[in-house]
Design a protein around this ligand. Structure first.
Ligand code: PLP
Length: 403
């Protein structure tokens, strides 16, 4: 399909009626591990499914077009996508990463650096002073993750790209939190985009997957070579499901983002809430940058509840939200980063990153916003002791059974 089409049209048309065997309208699932050769001297288009598979190619092409890249590589998870991109640096070269990147990314970077695969520095990429000091060390690869998790800090992608270009560094953006529907890092100057397709791209919480998309063909080919070499390429069935999930990316996000905004408005007005972290709020420090580089504010936000609110109890009393890690699915999820997603950080590190024990992260799904607001406010009544029939008087174990 031509690249001049709008992204919604690219998504609806990806692989449709493209099947040379039967002209299937919905793309078929090719599970074969290997492919026959007509002649030992004529390598076919597909020879072995680790190296290439028609189902995976359809997803790769769709994602590359959506991100405006030359080539996409679909891999087995978001972590595999990040690790694949790290093949672009040599021992001794410096990787510069955000201090508040995804926990798994932090662990991967630290573990690889410890083994001598590269040098590593973390910086608060929203701080001009820290960026100046970090770029003085001449990084070879700069990782960007915006909005960040769980505080939704916004990094100025164009600004970082300009600094990276001055020292010849490759820029890699983790675009998981927004998806290409709401942010296109390659158009803002980045060289590579990585995704955990587990999140918004698949959107149905039934696949763990990842993707890497390069702006230039040569870099995309290099990444594809490494993906085949290390064997991290994505499975056909996962690719099939992810392409199916991708079909509804725009309507899902449009709705989820609107609902997130409605829930944020309701919570921001409540006196039991001390702070809402959502880039759509004018009071958010990254609001203007977000407006300039995003097509929307997304469906993720975090809330710092006031003293006197027992957030553990709050979560136990939510009925619609499931207490779980992950995000971006059709179902609303909630977590306390301090005890869940970011539990591997020391209390000191959590404090530096701004993660308090009263912080709650929400991923808004496709339920009706009125129900979600009612669910949170009802749980808040119980957790803030503002409801007469208060379970706070029950012993710990009994309270959890009410959830
Ligand atoms: C979930 C996530 C990852 C890791 O992806 P997996 O598919 O779980 O391996 C990386 N980056 C971000 C921002 C994520 O949210």
């Amino acid at each position: 399909m031509s690249e001049s089409f709008r992204p919604e049209t690219i998504i609806a048309g990806a692989g449709v009626a493209d099947d040379p065997a039967f002209n299937s309208v919905a793309p078929p699932l090719h599970l074969s591990a290997t492919y026959g050769w007509n002649d030992p001297l004529e390598k076919p288009q597909y020879d072995y499914a680790r190296s290439g598979n028609p189902t995976r190619t359809q997803l790769e092409n769709a994602l590359a077009q959506l991100e405006g890249g030359a080539r996409g590589v679909v891999v087995s998870s978001g972590m595999a996508a990040l690790d694949l991109a790290l093949n672009l640096v040599n021992p001794g070269e410096l990787v510069l990463a955000p201090h508040d990147c995804y926990g798994g990314t932090h662990r991967l970077l630290t573990a690889r650096a410890k083994r001598g695969h590269f040098e590593l520095a973390f910086a608060n990429q929203t701080s001009a002073v820290e960026l100046k000091n970090a770029f003085a060390m001449k990084p070879k690869l700069v990782l960007i993750e915006t909005p960040s998790n769980p505080l939704l800090r916004i990094t100025d992608i164009r600004g970082i790209v300009a600094l990276a270009r001055e020292c010849g560094a490759i820029t890699v953006a983790d675009n998981t939190f927004l998806s290409p529907a709401l942010q296109q890092p390659l158009a803002l100057g980045c060289d590579v985009v990585v995704h955990s397709t587990t999140k918004f791209i698949n959107g149905h919480s039934d696949v763990v997957g990842g993707a890497v998309i390069a702006r230039e063909q040569a870099l995309g080919d290099e990444l594809a070579w490494w993906a085949n070499c290390t064997g991290v390429t994505g499975a056909p069935f996962d690719s099939f499901l992810t392409l199916r999930g991708l079909r509804t990316l725009f309507p899902r996000l449009e709705r989820q983002q609107k609902t997130a905004n409605d829930v944020v408005s309701a919570l921001a007005a409540d006196e039991r809430v001390s702070r809402v972290y959502y880039p759509g709020l004018e009071s958010h420090p990254g609001h203007e940058v977000a407006k300039a580089q995003q097509a929307g504010f997304g469906a993720m936000f975090s809330v710092e509840f006031a003293e006197g609110v027992d957030v553990i109890k709050l979560l136990r009393h939510l009925n619609i939200f499931t207490i779980a890690e992950s995000l971006g699915g059709f179902e609303s999820l909630v977590c306390t980063p301090a005890t869940m997603t970011h539990a591997s950080m020391t209390p000191e590190a959590q404090k530096i990153a701004g993660i308090s024990e009263r912080l709650v992260r929400f991923s808004i799904g496709l339920e009706h916003g009125d129900d979600l607001v009612r669910d949170i406010l009802a749980a808040l009544d119980k957790a803030a002791g503002t409801e007469e029939d208060n379970v706070a008087y029950l012993p710990e174990g009994a309270a959890s059974k009410c959830a």
